[in-house]
Design a protein. Structure first.
Length: 266
C-alpha cells in the first residue's frame, strides 16, 4: 500500500519489476537512471553479488511530478530472479502498488518465465493479495535476440486477460519508458482509490478535506505522468551494498518506503 504523508504532501508508490533471473529487470532501472534528469531521480541502490546478479533488490526513487500540491514519488524496485532468493522476493513484494513482469523472450527460457509468474502469484497470495487485483504490465524483453517466443504465445500463457504488454530491448532502452508509463497509468488511480476508501473512515486529517463520510478528496493525484527523460545519458553512479543480513534488508526496505514520504516538509 502506498505511503502517504499529509504533512509533507508526499505520496510514495511502490512499483516492483518481477521476473526470472537475467530477464533484464536491473537493466530497466539502469536505463531509467541514466536517461532521466538528475533532478527527478535519486540514487540507484543495488545490492548485488560479485557477478552483478541482484542479491536482494535494486531501488531507484523517482520524483514523478507535483500535481496540484501533492508530490508523487515512485519507488522502482527489482527482485532477485535467481530461484533460491525466495525470501528476498517476498520482502520486496510487501505493500506493492504495481508490478512489471519482465519476461525473457528466448524460447529455452519459456518455462523459467512461467515458473517465475507462478512464483509471483504464490507470494502475493501468501500476503493476501490477488494478482488479478493488482496493476500489472508485461514486458517481453530481449526482442533483439533470435529464437524468440512469439508474442501471441506469451499473451495466451501469461496474459489471458489482455493486460498491456510491451515488446522491449531494455539494453537499448526500447520500451523501457513506455513500460514505466503504462504501469504508473494503472497504479496511480488504484492508489488514489485505496487511499480514498481508507481515509474515508477518518474525520478531517491534515491536508485531507472531508466533506461527508464517504466523500473524501486526495488532492493532486492524477492518472498520468510525463517523465522528464533527457537526451544524453548520464554515467551510472550507484550505491552498491555487497552484503547484509536478511533482517537488515527487511528493516531497510521498510525505512526506505517511509523515508520518501517524510522528506521535504512544506
Ligand atoms: N540482448 C539483450 N540483452 C539484455 C536485454 N536486457 C538485458 N540484457 C542483458 O541480460 C543480462 C541480465 O540483465 P539484468 O538486468 O542484470 O537481469 P536481472 O533480471 O536483473 O537478473 P537478476 O538480478 O539475476 O534477477 C545482462 O547481461 C543484460 O545486459 C535485452 O533487451 N537484450
Ligand atoms: Mg537484477
Amino acid at each position: 500500500m502506498a505511503f502517504v504523508n499529509y504533512t509533507t504532501g508526499n505520496l510514495a508508490i511502490k512499483i516492483v519489476y518481477y521476473g526470472p533471473g537475467l530477464s533484464g529487470k536491473t537493466t530497466n532501472l539502469r536505463y531509467i537512471y541514466t536517461n532521466m534528469d538528475a533532478d527527478f531521480r535519486g540514487e540507484l541502490i543495488c545490492l548485488e553479488t560479485d557477478t552483478e546478479r541482484t542479491l536482494f533488490f535494486d531501488l531507484l526513487p523517482i520524483k514523478a511530478g507535483v500535481i496540484n500540491d501533492f508530490k508523487i514519488h515512485l519507488q522502482l524496485m527489482t527482485v532477485p530472479g535467481q530461484v533460491f532468493y525466495e525470501s528476498s522476493r517476498r520482502s520486496v513484494l510487501k505493500g506493492v502498488d504495481g508490478i512489471v513482469f519482465v519476461a525473457d523472450s528466448q524460447i529455452p527460457l519459456l518455462d523459467a518465465n512461467l515458473e517465475s509468474f507462478d512464483n509471483l502469484r504464490k507470494h502475493l497470495l501468501d500476503q493476501d493479495m490477488d494478482l488479478n487485483a493488482i496493476p500489472l504490465v508485461f514486458q517481453y524483453n530481449k526482442r533483439d535476440l533470435e529464437n524468440l517466443v512469439p508474442v501471441e504465445t506469451f499473451n495466451s500463457l501469461l496474459n489471458p486477460h489482455g493486460l498491456p504488454y510491451i515488446e522491449s530491448c531494455a539494453i537499448k532502452g526500447i520500451g523501457v519508458f513506455e513500460t514505466l508509463k503504462q504501469i504508473t497509468k494503472q497504479a496511480i488511480p488504484r492508489v488514489k482509490e485505496k487511499i480514498t476508501a481508507k481515509e474515508s473512515r477518518f474525520v478531517r486529517r491534515g491536508r485531507m478535506k472531508v466533506k461527508r463520510k464517504e466523500e473524501v478528496e486526495v488532492p493532486g493525484v492524477k492518472e498520468e505522468i510525463a517523465f522528464a527523460a533527457k537526451e544524453e545519458s548520464a554515467p551510472i553512479r550507484m550505491t552498491k551494498v555487497k552484503f547484509k543480513s536478511q533482517e537488515d534488508i527487511e528493516k531497510e526496505l521498510e525505512n526506505l518506503a517511509k523515508e520518501f514520504t517524510s522528506r521535504g516538509k512544506k
